[in-house]
Design a protein around this ligand. Structure first.
Ligand code: BMA
Length: 312
């Protein structure tokens, strides 16, 4: 029997190009947050040039009746930010109460490869760019919502040419959200036949729980017919997120349905955001780089699951 911690929404995929108010090839890998009691997704939209931009979709219940911006909400500004020349992708949103705004980490597709850019907003209508915060090749970045010993912290995923491009998750610190240092590698891709042996990367931004910072990461397995993107859980220490407390041995969510197995890139589930409402986690994920699915779980069950996993 297939057992999964998360339950797919019956209406999946909850968003696809058929819902889009303007011409688009695919909509996927959406960041998520709450604003004015509604769920807001910042969706990666790929146009017919193959270039991505970001567009908001807002819903009262986070499931139905999405109000989608009629034009791109945040698109490349290659005049002022040349690193965005081939598009902006895969955003992660962090609400920072101390600053009274949201910070967005996203991938800019530059001529030198993917890199990490950051922008801020207080309404998801106007945005102000911080610019490039980490050079290529790097992606899958998200901020913590609080400071640690007076400095901000960000998870991200640089790629090294060592070991067949195996890629691991790093943590860095900053006094001002712009200049980053104290880099430390904290979560490693496994080896051999493991589901997360090829590459790993952060998916959802860290969520504070009593037991620690909960994150979902993706693990890639290379197979003769292509890569499979699946999801695992990690708990980081609440006071010192450099410490990994727990990590799931098994994947907790993977491509299973038609819309996850078959698309522009087959066999991909890729969440960039989640929200917690009344103890329930709503995980929004890109499916096969083509549409957006929703899967839910009780936060308590997810925390219990990961706390029963082996210590790292
Ligand atoms: C990753 C990212 C994601 C994408 C995934 C599968 O490297 O680029 O945007 O969903 O590959 O194609």
């Amino acid at each position: 029997m297939a057992y999964e911690l998360f339950t797919r929404c019956q209406g999946n995929p909850i968003l696809s190009v058929e819902d889009w108010p303007y011409k688009a090839n695919s909509v996927f890998n959406a960041a998520a947050t709450e604003i004015d009691g509604k769920v807001l997704l910042l969706v990666r939209v790929e146009d017919y040039r193959g270039i991505s931009h970001l567009t908001t979709a807002v819903s009262d219940d986070g499931i139905n009746n999405w109000k989608i911006d009629s034009a791109p909400t945040l698109a490349s500004d290659e005049q002022n930010y040349p690193e965005e020349i081939w598009g902006i992708e895969d955003p992660r949103i962090t609400r920072i109460d101390e600053l009274g705004k949201w910070m967005i980490c996203y991938t800019s597709y530059s001529t030198g490869g993917p890199l990490v850019s950051m922008a801020e907003t207080s309404d998801f209508k106007t945005f102000s760019r911080v610019g490039v915060v980490l050079p290529p090749e790097n992606k899958d970045a998200a901020l913590f919502p609080v400071k640690f010993d007076g400095r901000w912290a960000m998870l991200h995923r640089p790629v090294s040419s060592m070991n067949n491009l195996r890629a691991n998750i790093w943590l860095s610190f900053s006094p001002n959200l712009k200049h980053w240092g104290e880099h430390v590698e904290i979560i490693h891709a496994r080896r051999g036949g493991w589901w997360d042996a090829s590459k790993i990367g952060l998916c959802t931004p860290p969520l504070a729980t009593e037991q620690g910072w909960l994150i979902i990461y993706h693990g890639v397995k290379s197979t003769p017919s292509g890569s499979i993107y699946r999801l695992g859980l990690v708990m980081l220490d609440l006071d010192d997120p450099r410490k990994v407390i727990r990590r799931s041995s098994e994947w907790v969510f993977g491509p299973r349905t038609n819309y996850e197995r078959d698309g522009d890139v087959d066999d991909v589930v890729f969440p960039c955001g989640w929200v917690e409402r009344d103890g329930k986690l709503y995980m929004y994920y890109g499916a096969a780089d083509s549409c957006i699915g929703l899967a839910t779980a009780e936060l308590k069950d997810v925390v219990d699951y990961v706390m029963n996993c082996p210590a790292e």
